[in-house]
Design a protein around this ligand. Structure first.
Ligand SMILES: *Cc1c(COP(=O)(O)O)cnc(C)c1O
Length: 460
């Protein structure tokens, strides 16, 4: 094993120089907020290449990668068979604006693994949920949506809504630029809270087009649905003539070959996919029963379209990735997630740092909560009770030790088929210093007007 180069010895001057340039020409220097390290501070690392479980940055530092491009890189980076298939596809031209064979094959593969009968490709998870919502509204002729606080479904206007005060309330815009009308059609309820769901349906059932939920939330950290929760959501929606939309953009083809559906078997009316199914390219999808999907243009009246939707290079990358992710890969992901969570737990326990590991399949998070006070993180409020100062210190010590965690305490950690013994050893050797840093971290000062709501989720 060659000695990995890491920031403790090689610094981050080249990344900082790129970040300085980027901030002149791009808002905040990044093209998606979480990359800017706002939640943890410091210099985001500009990556120049990646192979297997490792990222290489502009300063020549190597990191064990626990972001995995926020999910897609289930086989590890630059998998030779994916690269070969993509190279062949690229050589045949990159986009035609006509139908192609790989789209049909990828659609068949997805339909075969999931409860959906038809699928439509789009270019991002945001587009997938936006389109699924439009379809649900078109099918039901109703306007309102139910979503859960802490679930993220992309930057769709209607879904950038947060709960106001009170129990079950109409959403308030969670971002300037979202209108009160867009957010006001969204009812925001706490996750894993059946009473709150029943309550909004009792009051507004006839106006509700759909419930949308992450199949198993990974965007407030890993917060799995309690037993029977998704089944309850589907039944409640159906009782009131609404649709149940399961957002599998993160879980789809990652937690099992059939996504979260492969774990809990709850068949949603509409399902959204992204991340893994694009194999590292911009590709996403939504699908459902044929009766619903055939309401989409050109088969039906609900309009939806995309110039690069079903792009042949992206669909080839996705199809190759899905076919290579066999039962052994999923077994490896489950084992590796458990091993890493175990190693982190041991190191933190040794330093007396309160923490709670949680899993949603092979997605996992280490919450910096005190399990004697919060025995289970069930919802966003629980997730927000974390000692974020400990996460920040832990994150930076891991980064200095050559392990790149997601730069926010509200994210799941992602492993791949390429995370092998050596990668695990590197994680293990970075942990003692990181656990000490977490133990020594000082609590945050009281928030000022400028730092208020530091817990607002920032997205990949
Ligand atoms: C990432 C994500 C999205 C958004 O996907 P983008 O491709 O980033 O637009 C939507 N839903 C969930 C559950 C996600 O994790």
């Amino acid at each position: 094993m060659t000695e990995p180069r890491n920031p403790a010895t090689h610094g981050s001057a080249a990344s900082q120089a790129l970040f300085d340039r980027a901030r002149v020409v791009t808002p905040g220097g990044v093209n998606s907020p979480v990359r800017a390290f706002h939640a943890v501070g410091g210099t985001p690392r500009f990556v120049t290449s990646a192979r297997g479980p490792y990222l290489l940055d502009a300063d020549g530092n190597e990191y064990v990668d626990l972001i995995g491009s926020w999910g897609p890189m289930i086989l590890g980076h630059a998998h030779p068979e994916v690269i070969a298939a993509v190279t062949r596809a690229v050589s045949a031209g990159t986009s035609y604006g006509t139908p192609t064979r790989p789209e049909v094959e990828l659609a068949e593969e997805i339909v075969a693994r999931t409860p959906i009968e038809q699928v439509r490709f789009v270019s991002s998870g945001t587009e997938a949920t936006m389109s699924a919502i439009r379809l649900a509204r078109g099918v039901t002729g109703r306007a309102k949506l139910v979503k859960f606080a802490g679930c993220y479904h992309g930057h769709v206007d209607a879904l950038l809504a947060s709960a106001g005060s009170g129990v079950a309330t109409f959403g308030h815009p969670d971002s300037p630029g979202v209108t009160g009308a867009q957010a006001g059609d969204t009812l925001v309820v706490p996750y894993n809270d059946r009473a709150a769901v029943s309550d909004v349906f009792a009051r507004y059932g006839e106006e509700i087009a759909a419930i949308i939920t992450e199949a198993a939330p990974g965007n407030m950290g890993a917060v799995p649905p309690e037993d029977g929760f998704n089944e309850f959501l589907a039944a409640t929606a159906h009782e009131h003539g609404a649709l149940f939309i399961s957002d599998e953009v993160m879980t789809g083809f990652r937690v099992s070959r059939s996504g979260w559906y492969g774990i809990d078997g709850v068949a949603a009316d509409l399902v959204t996919f992204g991340k893994v199914m694009g194999g590292g390219f911009p590709a996403a999808a939504f699908g459902g029963k044929a009766a619903h999907m055939e309401r989409l243009s050109p088969a039906g009246p609900v309009y939806q379209a995309g110039t690069l939707a079903g792009n042949p290079v992206a669909t080839t990358a996705g199809l190759t990735t899905l076919r290579l992710a066999d039962a052994q890969v999923y077994a490896h992901l489950d084992r590796t997630a458990a091993t890493i969570a175990g190693l982190v737990g041991e190191a933190l326990t040794k330093e007396g740092v309160p923490h709670l590991p949680q899993f949603a399949g092979n997605l996992f998070s280490i919450f910096f909560v005190d399990p004697t006070e919060v025995p289970r993180v069930r919802n966003f409020d629980d997730a927000r009770s974390q000692a974020q100062h400990r996460f920040r210190a832990f994150f930076h010590a891991m980064l200095d030790g050559g392990v790149h965690l997601p730069p926010s305490a509200f994210e799941a950690w992602f492993v791949s088929a390429a995370h092998d013994e050596e990668a695990l050893e590197r994680i293990a050797s970075a942990l003692p210093a990181a656990a000490r840093a977490a133990a020594a971290a000082e609590p945050d000062p009281a928030p000022t007007a400028e730092t208020a709501d530091p817990t607002q989720q920032e997205r990949s």
